[in-house]
Write a protein that binds this ligand. Structure first.
Ligand SMILES: Cc1ncc(COP(=O)(O)O)c(C=O)c1O
Length: 425
């Protein structure tokens, strides 16, 4: 493949004139190594194509939504059929109830569901429900955890235009630290409405951490003791860990759970699920949106949840992740690199040891991208059920060449590894 990014560059220049900064938000390629495409023309299965017609085996899965493959034919047919009937109407279709029934039947703690559009809608709605339920104001959030882009939760480094008052009732604790959580409860006695926790620690730039059982049990116990609600934010990890809430693997059920990204395989929809004792508070708040009740994403939800319930999609994506992880570990050792692969294998974070400026990581992923494998240098990635054994095999061939090139460049010894034309041959 002869790799070029001329078309992408041209699109970036055009975008710069009419889009602030040329692109914004989490899909901006501004912080990615040079050469990463910003714009994508097409996706099918596990593959993406950019505007230079480069084909990639994709390990970001649209940053989560692609669970079963881009353009999955079963979901596509459900979308087409519903589109013919109607999408945004004066009220929801029966499909709203069907989607809620299916969701509730899958997720153990849930007795009801409310649908919205983005993950941020779901986390914000869960916060409001918790305050309505308890009549309290303080929300405990793990420091550094991402729960969306509203002023109360947007990461501090992107918080221009927000006010300290927006976070006046947000109190931070340390993920996986039961003492820090207990301290936060103590310091806000009688005021805590809810604790937010992600299924595992999946922060950008850092190694991921599995949830510590003591921390998770403390969160559940302190909520029970004080009447606060435990909210698990499943927006990123949901249905990639379990066919239930992710902490069901620890034997722990939340009171509210927030879902988004993948449960309609890419159609725009998110949800809050709740336990029965929170039902009346959920019914008391006013939340809505012009597109929240669109029937097409709900039809996609029904089709996706049935696949989640009835197929081995989860075992397949875990298996693909494990094969990739084992292969990469061996390759790195053979080539003399120390890599850190953290988090669940099906949502891998791959960092190099002693690489604080991500130079090694940037150089390695750039070698991969130019050979048709789309990896991310500092954010957790996502596998989908569409990744085939052949995809993983081909990926490992590419990563092996990328490690070789990295070693060669390092041997050139100019301090920071960089790409050479020779390494591309
Ligand atoms: C854990 C978590 N919560 C909430 C969100 C916000 O979701 P959205 O971008 O759909 O608003 C995200 C998005 O990445 C997320 O990872």
């Amino acid at each position: 493949m002869h790799w070029t990014n001329k078309q992408d560059q041209a699109l970036r220049e055009r975008a710069f004139r009419v889009i602030p900064g040329g692109m914004y938000g989490h899909l901006s390629a501004a912080m990615l190594p040079e050469g990463y495409p910003q714009f994508f023309k097409r996706g099918k299965g596990s593959r993406l194509w950019d505007y230079d017609d480069n084909e990639y085996i994709d390990y970001m899965c649209a940053w989560g939504p692609n669970l079963l493959g881009y353009g999955n034919p079963i979901i596509a047919e459900a979308v087409r059929a519903q589109q013919e009937e109607g999408d945004v109407l004066n009220g929801p279709g029966e499909v709203l109830i069907e989607a809620a029934e299916l969701f509730v039947s899958l997720v153990t703690h849930a007795a009801w569901a409310m649908f919205c559009k983005n993950g941020t809608d779901a986390t914000t709605m869960a916060m409001v429900i918790a305050r309505a339920h308890t009549g309290r104001r303080v929300i405990l959030v793990a420091d550094g955890a991402y729960h969306g882009s509203d002023p109360w939760c947007v990461p501090a480094l992107a918080s221009t235009g927000t006010l300290p008052e927006d976070r006046a009732s947000i109190v931070y604790y340390k993920y996986n630290d039961p003492n820090s959580l207990a301290e936060a409860f103590k310091a806000n006695k009688g005021e805590v409405a809810a604790v937010f926790a992600t299924p595992f620690r999946h922060e950008t730039f850092l190694d991921q951490e599995e949830p510590d059982l003591e921390y998770a049990l403390t969160a559940r116990r302190m909520c029970d003791d004080t009447g606060a609600l435990l909210i698990i934010d499943e927006v990123r990890a949901g249905f990639r860990i379990a066919r239930d809430c992710s902490w069901s693997t620890l034997g722990i059920q939340p009171d509210l759970s927030c879902w988004g990204k993948c449960f309609a395989n890419g159609q725009p929809i998110s949800a809050v699920l709740g336990s029965d004792h929170v039902r009346s508070a959920a019914g008391s708040i006013f939340v809505t949106g012009s597109f929240w009740f669109a029937a097409v994403p709900m039809a996609a939800t029904v089709a996706t949840l049935k696949i989640i319930r009835d197929t081995d999609y989860l075992e397949r994506l875990i298996n693909s992740g494990n094969v990739l992880r084992i292969g990469l570990e061996k390759q790195a050792a053979t080539h003399g690199f120390a890599i850190k692969q953290s988090g669940p294998a099906q949502m891998p974070q791959i960092l190099f040891q002693d690489d604080p400026g991500f130079q090694l990581g940037f150089a390695w992923v750039t070698e991969c991208i130019k050979r048709g494998v789309y990896l991310h240098p500092y954010h957790n990635m996502f596998l989908s059920a569409a990744h085939t054994p052949e995809d993983i095999k081909h990926t490992l061939e590419v990563t092996d060449i990328a490690f070789s090139a990295l070693k060669k460049n390092r041997a050139i010894g100019d301090g920071s590894p960089h790409l050479t034309d020779a390494a591309m041959k």
